[in-house]
Design a protein around this ligand. Sequence first.
Ligand code: NAD
Ligand code: ZN
Length: 355
Amino acid sequence: MASTVDNLSVVVHGAGVIRLENQSIPEPGRNEVLIKIHSVGICGSDVHFWQHGRIGDFVVQKPMVLGHESSGAVIKVGCDVTHLRAGDRVAIEPAVPQENDDFCKIGRYNLSPTIFCCATPPGNGSLCRYYVHNANFCYKLPEGVSYEEGALIEPLSVGIHACRRAGVTFGSNILICGAGPIGLVCLLVAKSMGAAKVMITDLSPERLLMAKEMGADITLQAKRETPQEMADAVCGHLSGMPDITMECTGAEVCIQTAIYATRSGGTVVLVGLGSPMVNIPILNASTREVDIKGIFRYCNTWPMAISMLVSGRLNVLRSLVTHRFSLEDSLQAFETAHQGLGIKIIIRCDKDDPL
Ligand code: NAD
Ligand code: ZN
C-alpha cells in the first residue's frame, strides 16, 4: 500500500508548466528497490520537456516527474533482490529494457524497442524524495565516490558510449563540437582513453574556458564561418585532420563541419540531437570513407564509470557541477538551467543532508 508521507516531486504537466507536488511513496516490486534520492542533475531534456512538453515523438500526455541523472540510498528491497540491501548507496541507470530481446542478448540493450526510461514519457523520473527502480539497474557506490559523482555517471555514460562507438584509442586526434556537459564528458573520457590531442569548439568563450580547465588541448570559438572554413581552421589548429569528430551540438553547421574536418577513413559520431532532417555533404563523406555513427544514450557503462571514479582518474568530473539547489528550490534551478548558466546543476533531494 503506497504511503503519503513527504515525497516532494518535480512534476511537468505539459509545455511551460512544472510544479512541486507531494506524491505518494511507491512500494518496490519483487525485483525493485525503493531509493531515498540524494542528488539529481538537470539535463537539457528535462528543460526541453518543461519548455515544449515533448521531445520528438515523446509527448507529455499526463503529469510526469522529471529527472534521470540520479543517486541515492536504498531504503527497502523487493523480495527477489539479493545484491543490494537497505543502506547501500547507489547510482541509477535510468533506461531499463522490459524484455530480454535480441538486442539485450547481444549486449546492446539501449536499442531494445521495449526500453523504458525514467523522465521520458510515460515514465516518471527520479527528481523526488523517494523513487522505485529496477534493482539490476542500480549500482552500488563504493566508499569515496560521492552521491554527486553517482548522479554524474549518467551524462558521463553518454561520453563513454560515444568514445567506444568512435573507437577512441591511444594516440587519437579528436575534434569535439560543443562544450556543453556532453561535449565535456566526451573530452574527459577521450583523454582517459589515451587520446593524444583533443580540440573542442563552442560559441561560448566561458564554456571554452571550462573545457580548457578540464584538459582540452586546443579550444576554438565558432563565429560565423562556413562549415568548410571552420573545418579548415580546425585542421590548421590541430596540424592535421582529426581521426574522430564527436558532434555534441546537434547544429546542422557542426555536422557539416564534422564531415569536412574528419580525415579520410575516420569516424564522425553524432551525439547531438537537433533537427530531424539536415543537409550533409554525403558525397564528401562517402568518397572519403568517413564513417558516420549515431549514439543512443549508453549501455554497459555504469560499472566502468564507477571503477574509473574509484581509481581517482576522473576526479575532474566533479568540476562539472557549477550550481546546487535544494529540492524545494527546484523551480529556480530550472530557471537557471533554462538561462544556460553554468554547466551542470545538481538538485539535492535529501532533506536529512541539506546543502
Ligand atoms: P548544451 O546545449 O548544454 O550544449 C551544446 C553546446 O553546443 C553549447 O555550449 C552551445 O554553445 C554549442 N553550440 C551550439 N551551436 C554551435 C556551433 N555552431 N558551433 C559550436 N558550438 C555550438 O547541450 P548538452 O547537454 O551538452 O548536450 C549536447 C547534445 O547532446 C544535445 O543535442 C543533446 O540533445 C544531445 N544528447 C544526446 C544523447 C544521445 O543519446 N545521443 C544523450 C544526451 C544528450
Ligand atoms: Zn539526460
